[in-house]
Design a protein around this ligand. Structure first.
Ligand code: B12
Length: 293
């Protein structure tokens, strides 16, 4: 069956001007033409469009998504775990923060980790808890002291976890994890550190607020297989751009990966280099381990 551009747009939910842009820029898809030059899409074309859309929705920039879609190297979107609807664990974090109750929250975190492992503890317990802390703080319901108190405990628990993992093989691939200049939110990046260390990678963790010039210097000295930059606040997008472009300009061989909630604010016109990581700690770690492990 053939579809006109309007019918293809209706069938895939992608508007016709975006379809034409994808065709012009990436060859996705290249529909047949009628005698009068009108585009005629077939089922394979629609499949390619849907695959491209899924990859873009998973957080890949259009150029990367196009490459993957065309070569059928699919990022395993199905593997991204569903976020739990249940917010009871997030509420444990918030209640502990309000009451400055260290022992209850530490017991709960350790019990969850014991039962389900770190990856699920991050995505099902700690990250939803931190998100709820953020929204209660911004609405004025929760004091800054409570947020600082709970962030420090969560950070400490993650770092204790990092220390418990055996040192990696000195020959293993090394990766740098850093937050761009001015980005103070480092909990997501410490979580990633733990999962990558558990997978046997040699992680060189530079932490929050790393000036671009220092990031480049460390990368030149250490020559890691990858540089992973994590940004949480949208205000860090400009420095994330400076860091990624700076690394490219220096012709550094390391692969560049970027992740973090800030990417959901990325503007198509101000795009920067680097492979986008999918939006949970576990799925981001999986992509990195498959690429570098
Ligand atoms: C703890 C915290 C702090 C602590 C950080 C402590 C630390 N050591 O990390 C401190 C006190 C320092 C802090 C400071 C600030 N914070 Co703050 N903070 C938080 C809080 C509560 C948790 C942050 C966190 O660790 N989240 C866990 C992260 C890792 O989870 P995540 O955001 O969901 O992202 C993970 C994944 O889901 C994934 N991801 C999510 N979406 C996507 C999308 C794509 C495409 C991809 C690939 C990945 C991806 O990426 C992450 C994993 O790597 C958040 C609330 C929140 N919603 O997160 C606010 C929050 C991030 N902070 C906020 C703000 C405003 C600030 C300040 C500007 C406040 C101020 N006026 O000073 C400063 C900025 C400091 C700076 N320059 O960086 C806002 C940002 C709002 C915005 N949209 O701009 C938030 C969202 C709170 C809110 N609701 O208003 N903060």
């Amino acid at each position: 069956m053939n579809y006109t551009v309007l019918a293809a747009s209706k069938a895939t939910g992608i508007n016709s001007s975006r379809l034409r842009t994808w065709e012009r820029r990436y060859g996705i898809p290249r529909p047949n033409r009628s005698n009068t030059g009108r585009r005629l899409y077939d089922e394979d074309d629609l499949l390619l469009i849907r695959r491209m859309m899924a990859l873009v929705n998973a957080g890949l920039p259009a150029s990367e998504a196009a490459k993957s879609a065309l070569s059928s190297i699919e990022v395993e979107i199905d593997e991204i775990p569903e976020q739990k609807e249940d917010d009871s664990y997030a509420k444990i974090i918030v209640t502990a923060a309000i009451n400055y109750d260290e022992s209850t929250v530490v017991d709960e975190i350790r019990a969850y980790r014991q039962k389900f492992g770190w990856a699920r503890t991050f995505d099902e317990f700690l990250m939803p808890g931190l998100k709820m802390i953020g929204s209660r703080w911004s609405s004025g319901e929760l004091k800054l002291g409570s947020e600082h108190f709970i962030s420090a405990i969560i950070r400490r628990e993650i770092l204790l976890g990092v220390a418990e993992v055996h040192s990696p093989d000195p020959e293993a691939n090394s990766v740098i994890i850093a937050c761009p200049q001015e980005e103070q939110h480092d909990l997501g990046s410490t979580a990633l550190w733990l999962l990558l260390k558990q997978a046997g990678l040699r992680v060189i963790y530079l932490g929050a607020d790393v000036p671009t010039i220092d990031l480049i210097e460390s990368t030149k000295q250490l020559m890691p297989s990858a540089v992973i930059l994590i940004a949480t606040a949208p205000n860090s997008l400009p420095t994330l751009g400076l860091a990624t472009r700076g690394l490219l300009a220096e012709r550094i061989k390391a692969k560049i990966f970027v992740g973090g909630a800030a990417l959901s604010y990325e503007n198509d016109n101000e795009s920067f280099p680097g492979v986008r990581l999918p939006p949970t700690i576990e799925s981001a770690a999986d992509v990195l381990i498959k690429n570098l492990g």
